[in-house]
Write a protein that binds this ligand. Sequence first.
Ligand SMILES: [Zn+2]
Length: 562
Amino acid sequence: VTYDLVVRRGRVCDGTGMPSYVADIAVRDGRIVKIGRVDATGAALTIEAEGLWVTPGFIDIHTHYDAQLHFEPTASPSSWHGTTTVFIGNCGFTLAPAKPEDLPWLLQMLSRVEGMSPEALGQAVTFTGGSFGDFLAGFEGSIGVNVGANVGHCALRRHVMGDQASERTATADEIAQMQVLLRAALHEGAIGFTSSQLELHQAHDGRPVPSNLSSPEELVALASVLAEFDHGSIEFIPKSFLEGYADEDRELILNLWRASGKPVHLNTVTRLSQAPDGWKRSLAFATEAFADEGARLHPMFATNHQGVHFTLATTFLFDEYLTLRGALTAPPAEREATLRSPEFRAALRADLADVSGKSFTFSPKVLRVEIVHRPEHERFVGLTVAEMADALGCDPLDAFLDVSLAEGLLTQFVQAAPPDQNRLDAIEEMIRSEILTAGASDAGAHLLSFCGVDYTTRLLTEWVPRVLTFEQAVSRLTMVPAQLHGLGDRGVLRVGAAADLNVIDRTRLGSSPPRYVEDFPAKSGRFVIDADGYVATVVNGTVMMREGTPTGALPGQVLRGA
Ligand SMILES: [Zn+2]
């Protein structure tokens, strides 16, 4: 056999952003070996791509598939949208390195903060603790997509400080021990270091996540370890990201860059009505830092639609509102009594009214009833909470809580305002800035709240050709993230590169609305978004997806930074 795979006569969009051209692509042993005129005689597999587009596989820089990849090797639904490489371990949350006795705690924290079923994680995650290298070894030979793994600040802190990681700042000696652990993880193949300090991130035990208790000195000390390496990047969410970074956070971000010399990924810049100018301030800050001192600061933009679905039984969305967070994290019996109490509701009303700096707001005129569990509530499905309150003759917050309480807090709501012109204008300006990266899928996380994997498909359909050419948009999903994460042989179609590629029918390319499925361990549910137009997705030379259906092949590799 001459070639393992030949993709014939496709329009090759090579990932660099240069104009596309028609060529055959030949693959052998997982690599592209020829681009141009190829004799396909004897090839093990030929894909006829006349009239179709051939792109590098997409690289999703911000996912939380750390747990899911243990039981669902294709990283669905990302792979349905052309993604062939996922980066995990973002926002400071990783399962390694971990002492075996700490693993249950780390899993529960991940489950709470990133909205995954604790039962599913408990049943299906096969990693039982160990070094970062042990964790990576667990994926070898068992995944359909490529995975690059970051090491998270919370795991480092828990490993060194134990339970005190959730209580206080670290001593100089503890910081030095975290540096040793981080250095080891980077040697063992971690692609970078991540952390976050959002007020929103509260662990399952009601305490802040460990990284929230870190001093700026600790973060900078950890960043400095990356300076010793040829690879690596930092991903960080500062406390004040919504309003566009306070002065102390700006200083911290710049110091992370100065100490490491590595790209610093800042997640996510988005226009929210409660902080309408935050994105502009973030963009201006990063742009000036690039211009003034050549700092590599890369905020991330979102082209997914970001509607959120939730039930009060599982949501983290209200965690910024301390009254409701306290009630929802209490034991079930106490939780119900509190939610019924008039004093609690009065306090909650006051709390919800203060929306400054909040990433989520209780908006009865936008929030709709989506799924109910009692026959007498069926008439509410599709109504806004305000309309339901009118029907019940009560106040919207009372209607929201009473209907939920009658269903064991399992009533499902959706908050999905159509994007308004202000928001679309903001996204357009962000896409036009070349320092911003495409992403914000948060894939694998917040499974009962939203699904953002469609950012790839939406960038290619809703913003092409209005803002970018198809070639430029593809580059933002391929070569740019590869370059920023040191993946020299991916993200472009050239001889010698890894054969990760998509064959796309642009006449059909598109995303569907979110769909709820219960296909995870312990019958746990999630939202997925279907795609159309991805004719074939190839990972390391092997077809992994064909017309939206996994072939069963597991050609994914662990991409080690070192
Ligand atoms: Zn995240």
